[in-house]
Design a protein around this ligand. Structure first.
Ligand code: 6R9
Length: 656
């Protein structure tokens, strides 16, 4: 860790915004002054300027019952109206909202008028299916326009969506449907991934299978199925409905009703330190305000001329805020791509940028690093000159990747915004402003105007410049999570207890301030891994591993990986009866496949080491730090607190 930090802090390249960019930028330096002068008034102005309210709010923030915040609480609005109808009413119905590109090469342009129409029809279908304000609807779809229409139709009804990433397994889907008590599931037969159809409906059928009265089959009344993959699917009459039959037949008349600003908008599950994923809850007015504000100012959005592309899947928070809500609230034109970056050829993304003249591009460091590995000749085969701004999100971006991104993709001139935020924060918190900030490769730098963060020691004291500590948010912000679905205690415990005397939000990230006061993110301080920008918990994967009949015990660590940031490495003790009958290689393969099946391919361990023992303290706690040393090929650290100090040399020998 120390050598990594030293390396980071020796980075001293600086990049000022290009003059012309700075002159025309949406966000100017005075935005900081406006927010500093009166933070609440500032957010009140953003909410009024960026959104259309059916009933205005009289109070910006109610923080009388911390950590349960209420923003714009007596205001009323409809989120879908703000993303759709009002743009049509303003005469922009013909503007393209979605430039959709399917993986096999089919494409569709959807205007704001068309998307509004579609969402109204879907809202009518959902109403017929019994969905009402406050009901939960699970969405399990590929990256197709219907995914966005589904989210907005649910929002339009004041209901709550829970989008589950299409790469998650039937079991993960089942757990999420069950936890939220969803009434309807919206899915597709399948979607295209890596050149072939990857089925989705069978996972829904498995998730809803009756396992003795309990579980999702008890709450889910209907499954609405988009036809995309044309793969054969099983059908449960009465429960299952084809989208292409129900939606076109429904009326396109639907008046959006206004809901309270604090009406729940969605639940999104994310990994925490324990095995059970947390259903992070977001509400309407504050979330949409900060989504629109950050999307406009951080990405310097000029909606009449820009073509924006965020590569995130709607199954993640980045897809919620920077594919669905932020861009559509701002009336942007954006690219939506169904497939993988390297199908059918390694230049697919660059080909899409060239085809649509993308001007603003937002992706993750893991993608950039894998393109670096393939080499610059691939992107250099395409015309990327339309790009004027690049963004990064999901994990720390190493300076080498940052500089490569700017040079090779950005033609050596585009500003890069490295945006730090979380599922819980709802929207970007720390980032450069592209027309204002002199950027530093590898550092997310400064909180946005209106956001207050700090780096503190374990007692909550500010660490000052040139020092490291924990990242906290010191004051409530509009798009902050409002809770964990069904578990208010866990919400308080996870985020607010550590610094309860100060009222700080504990983000779970280590950070460092450099001598200029700029912030560098250093990764998680808890048992959460970050693999390709996706959060995975060690506990969740361990519990999947021990659920396999061959496993006696398992420990999982995140080991640094050149491409994915971190990789899942598992140390597993196998039951003797299985060791007698199977080879270690065969067992390791079987366990990797098992985890992939249980949780999803993103959780599949890079390495599974079959070992005889795990390093434990006298109190029985597994010392993952030592396993990480082994996984990263380092000399093993201090073992003196182990119950059996010899165990690490045995493990090291077994791994080698
Ligand atoms: C948006 C998103 C959140 C965690 C977060 C941190 C890491 C995200 C980062 C970053 C360094 C950045 N993270 N952005 N670390 N620099 N620009 O990714 O949400 O999936 O909830 O992950 O990701 O560790 O705590 P989520």
């Amino acid at each position: 860790m120390t050598s990594q930090i030293d390396h980071l802090l020796s980075e001293n390249r600086r990049f000022a915004p290009p003059e012309e960019f700075a002159r025309g930028a949406v966000a100017q330096a005075d935005l900081y002054d406006a927010a500093a002068a009166d933070r609440e008034a500032f957010w009140g102005r953003q909410a009024k300027d960026l959104l259309t309210w059916a009933e205005p709010f009289s109070e910006v923030l109610d923080w009388s019952n911390p950590p349960f915040a209420r923003w714009f609480a007596d205001g009323r609005l409809n989120v879908a109206y703000n993303c759709l109808d009002r743009h049509v009413e303003a005469g922009n119905g013909d503007r393209v909202a979605l430039l959709w590109e399917g993986e096999p090469g089919d494409s569709r342009a959807v205007t704001y008028a068309e998307l509004t129409d579609e969402v109204k029809r879907v809202a009518n279908v959902l109403t017929e299916l019994g969905v009402d304000a406050g009901d939960r609807v699970a969405v399990y779809l590929p990256m197709i326009p219907e995914a966005i229409a589904a989210m907005l139709a649910v929002a339009r009804l004041g209901a709550i969506h829970s989008v589950v990433f299409g790469g998650f397994s039937a079991d993960s889907l089942r757990a999420r449907i069950d936890d939220a008590g969803a009434k309807v599931v919206i899915t597709a037969d399948g979607g295209y991934r890596k050149g072939k159809v990857s089925p989705l409906k069978p996972a829904v059928d498995m998730a809803l299978a009756d396992r003795g009265g309990q579980g999702p089959q008890a709450t889910v009344e209907h499954v609405l199925v988009v036809r995309r993959g044309q793969n054969e699917v099983e059908w449960t009459p009465g429960r299952d409905i084809w989208w292409h039959e129900a939606v076109p037949a429904a009326s396109a008349e639907h008046t959006a009703q206004a809901f309270d600003a604090e009406n729940p908008l969605f639940i999104l599950y994310t990994s925490g330190t324990t095995g059970k994923p947390k259903g992070i809850q977001h509400t309407s007015g504050g979330y949409l305000t900060q989504a629109a504000y950050t999307h406009r100012n951080v990405f310097d959005l000029h909606p009449e001329t820009d073509v924006y592309w965020c590569t995130a899947d709607v199954g993640w928070i980045t897809g919620h805020t920077y594919v669905t809500y932020g861009p559509l609230a701002n009336g942007a034109t954006q690219v939506l791509y169904e497939g993988t970056p390297d199908t059918p050829h390694p230049g697919r993304w660059w080909e899409i940028i060239q085809k649509y003249g993308v001007t603003i591009f937002y992706t993750a460091p893991t993608a950039i690093r894998s393109f670096m590995k393939i080499g610059r000749q691939v992107p250099q085969g395409f015309d990327l000159s339309s790009l004027r701004l690049l963004g990064s999100v999901g994990e720390p971006i190493n300076p080498e990747a940052w500089v490569w991104y700017r040079e090779v993709i950005g033609g050596g001139s585009t500003p890069i915004v490295d945006t730090w935020w979380q599922t819980e924060t709802g929207a970007i918190m720390i980032s450069a402003l592209p027309g204002v900030t002199e950027t530093k490769p590898g550092s997310a730098q400064v909180p946005l105007p209106g956001i207050t963060v700090d780096v503190v020691d374990d007692a909550g004291a500010h660490v000052g410049n040139d020092a490291g500590g924990l990242l906290v948010v010191t004051e409530p912000w509009p798009s902050m999570l409002r809770g964990i679905w069904g578990d208010p205690e866990r919400f308080v415990e996870t985020y607010w207890e550590k610094f309860s005397d100060k009222g700080f939000y504990f983000a779970g990230d280590g950070a460092r301030r450099d001598e200029d006061g700029d912030i560098w993110l250093l990764g998680r301080v808890d048992d959460v891994m970050n693999v390709s920008g996706h959060r995975l918990s060690t506990a969740e994967i361990e519990s999947a591993l021990v659920a396999h009949e061959a496993t006696a015990e398992a420990a999982v660590v995140g080991a640094s990986d050149e491409t994915t940031g971190q990789a899942v490495v598992a140390f597993v003790i196998i039951k003797q009866s299985y060791l007698d009958k199977h080879s270690p290689d065969g067992l390791a393969q079987a366990l990797r496949a098992w985890v992939s099946e249980q949780i999803g391919p993103i959780a599949r361990p890079r390495d599974v080491y079959i070992v005889g023992e795990l390093p434990k303290t006298r109190s029985g706690k597994i010392m993952r730090r030592l396993l990480r040393d082994v996984a990263e090929g380092r000399e093993v650290g201090d073992t003196t607190t182990l119950a059996d100090t010899a165990v690490m040399s045995v493990i090291s020998a077994q791994v080698r």
